[in-house]
Design a protein around this ligand. Structure first.
Ligand code: WT7
Length: 636
């Protein structure tokens, strides 16, 4: 276990120390891990080209820091408690010793299937223990995992596989989610039609639906592991060797592969987990995220396991078989730490408190929130009804690119304030700038959220395109990492995240680029162009509002049918999460004379506010705004 901050003055002291001398601060934390060889230098930083290295020339394997380092003490302690989609199916518990054996065995399977250090392996699996085993087995042999959320479409999967030049895909026959069963392997088969580099597919049997297995390429997981040794010597990795790639959306159409490396990511996720959640060795921690997102990587798999934690992993959804499923799981496993997303809280609020009152939640000590801003109402409901007023809420702000939690209360230490992520963790040097890049000093300011000094788990590059990384994150404001979020620092110096200031929308905690959704809609043959914006949505946080201009040929079609086929296009190209909530068919889009779509106007209309559109008389076709307002799908 890592040393933990346990008082507010302790936090302030650590924070000061981390700013005064970041290298000494992180070196001290890194000393708690097992390295084959320690670093020559803590930090190497070329600010202009964004080349950052932590624990330079250090040698290690992250899985030895989960297993070998702690097995003596942790061997029989549960590492993962797996709760299946169907509550009548048995729970599976894997102790550290058992998980270690399974990871080593699967590492051997990867090696036997030609996976070498540095190769990319795509993991497209549901929330089953094998997802964690697969990630750790990759890390064990030095392969770079790229987990793709199993809800993404075949074409999204194919793009990610090709971008990373993946050699082996790990998947399942199907996937249980609530009352549905999803044919996962069939999606993989479709994707692989356009992925010539994939050599092997290892298929886990989960739902027992019929699948086609391609001879020479596809192997069953249970066949692959049969008779394989449970002993494996970990591959020695450099601190800066890639640990994984995780694709995320930005303002442009093409998702980018965010790259995290071994040493810094390990140190930061372990440190932030221990401190933010104040995890103690007998606690039971339950994070409801999917391993397909960064939350699952950092705070289901790596952060908790590096701390010897017991983590509950849940296959299903919050409303199956009943809307009390989360509360039932908390009661059943005596969960002490519960970490979920505001969208889940808001949707469960809709059923009142009766489903909660059916269960004994007295084991709970800490509640967490992640993925999007939590509104005051949801915060209070969570605090009062789930936490019974006794559990601190850690509203954790961070991103795929930051690797770990950046701004958050430390449970029980930082006084909380509803809807505020509160204060940065040690090592996180927040700076707020205006649109011209001038620092906004002092309190009571609002602007663009940037970070001015590297932290160990920061994004290293975007896979295969370093320039894109520099342009996206380090070019808006010179010398600073720009998060894409707006933020307010209040009179107490507390931070409140205001949401994205770029063309990214956050739907139920899932990040989507508006351009990505537009590309999907534009793939429809009757569409000339489209503009997608976010709008406030009671449950999802933000919903998707699409303004679509159709071809003249559409006159012969039923508009409702066209809308349905646009929804189908979004599902096919990206996945069900990208389905617009509202589609307004329009004859044109508001554009400047230079042809740029005025998204600000479209956002305002989607919010139902036509009062502050500004001067629209200089638009290419001012009449179009009036038409859009009249046809708007919200009262304007
Ligand atoms: C974006 C990052 C971090 C893991 C899950 C999402 C938003 C995230 C919060 C929070 C307000 C938040 C931001 C950020 N966000 N956490 N506690 N309060 N907003 O990771 O998909 O990379 O999305 O999610 O807008 O930029 P992601």
């Amino acid at each position: 276990m890592l040393p933990k901050i346990n008082t507010l003055s302790g936090y302030l002291y650590e924070y000061q120390k981390s700013v005064a001398n970041p290298e000494a601060f992180w070196e001290n934390i890194a000393e708690n891990f097992y390295w084959h060889k320690k670093w020559d230098k803590v930090l190497e930083w070329d600010r202009d080209g964004h080349n950052v290295q932590w624990f330079v020339n250090g040698k290690l394997n992250i899985t030895e820091n989960i297993f070998e380092k702690n097995l003596f003490i942790l061997g029989d302690k549960p590492a993962i408690i797996w709760e299946p989609n169907n509550p009548d199916e048995p729970t599976v518990t894997l102790t550290y010793k058992q998980l270690h054996e399974k990871v080593c065995q699967f590492a051997n399977v990867l090696l036997q299937n030609g996976v070498k250090k540095g190769d990319r392996v795509c993991i497209y699996l549901p929330m089953v223990p094998e997802a964690a085993i697969a990630m750790l087995a990759c890390a064990r042999v030095g392969a770079i995992h790229s987990v793709v959320f199993a809800g993404f479409s075949a074409s999204s999967l194919a793009d990610r596989i090709n971008d990373a030049e993946v050699k082996v895909v790990l998947t399942s026959d199907g996937n249980f989610r609530g009352a549905k069963s999803i044919p996962v392997k069939a999606v993989v088969d479709e994707a692989l039609e356009s992925c010539p580099l994939v050599e092997k597919v290892i298929v886990l049997k989960r739902t027992s639906i019929e699948v086609t297995m391609k001879p020479g390429r596809d192997i069953w997981w249970h066949d692959a592991i049969r008779g394989v040794s449970i002993e494996n010597k970990a591959q020695e990795m450099d601190s800066e060797d890639m640990l994984f790639i995780l694709y995320t959306s930005g303002s442009t159409g093409k998702p980018k592969g965010v790259v995290h490396t071994t040493g810094g990511y390990m140190v930061y996720t372990a440190y932030s987990f221990a401190n933010v959640f104040q995890y103690n060795i007998n606690d039971i921690y339950f994070c409801t995220a999917d391993v397909g997102w960064i939350t699952g990587h950092s705070y289901i798999v790596y952060g908790p396991l590096l701390n010897g934690a017991t983590a509950v992993m849940f296959e299903g959804v919050p409303n199956h078989p009943g809307v009390d499923r989360f509360w039932q799981i908390i009661e059943k496993h005596k969960v002490t730490h519960f970490y979920t997303a505001p969208t889940a809280i808001r949707s469960l609020m809709g059923y009142g408190t009766e489903p909660i009152e059916r269960h004994n939640l007295s084991s709970l000590k800490v509640l967490g929130s992640v993925g999007e801003p939590i509104n005051e109402e949801a915060w209070h409901w969570y605090h009062t009804h789930v936490g019974k007023g006794n559990c601190p809420i850690v509203d954790t702000w961070w991103q795929t690119e930051t690797g770990g939690i950046m701004i958050s209360p430390i449970a029980g230490v930082t006084p909380t304030k509803p809807a505020y992520a509160t204060l940065p963790l040690p090592g996180v040097q927040v700076i707020i700038v205006d649109n011209e890049g001038n620092e906004l000093k002092g309190n009571n300011v609002e602007g663009n959220l940037c970070i001015k000094f590297p932290w160990p788990s920061m994004i290293r590059t975007t896979y295969g395109d370093h320039e894109r990384c520099v342009n996206t994150y380090f070019s808006s404001f010179k010398g600073l990492y720009f998060t894409g979020d707006g933020v307010k620092r209040d009179a107490d110096g507390y931070y409140r995240i205001l949401g994205r200031v770029d063309d990214v929308i956050n739907v139920s905690g899932h990040r989507l680029g508006t351009a990505e959704v537009e590309n999907a809609i534009n793939s429809h043959p009757l569409v000339i162009e489209s503009a997608v914006v976010g709008f406030p949505h009671e449950v999802k946080g933000q919903g998707i509002y699409a303004y679509v201009v159709l071809d003249a040929a559409s006159k012969n079609h039923d508009p409702e049918k066209i809308k349905a086929s646009l929804l189908a296009a979004a599902t096919k190209v990206i996945g069900p999460i990208a389905k617009p909530d509202k589609i307004q068919l329009v004859t044109g889009l508001p554009k400047t004379r230079s042809g740029k779509i005025m998204r600000r106007i479209l956002r305002k209309i989607a919010e139902g506010d036509a009062t502050s559109l500004g001067d629209t008389s200089t638009l290419l076709d001012p009449g179009v705004v009036k038409e859009i307002i009249e046809g708007a799908l919200v009262p304007v």
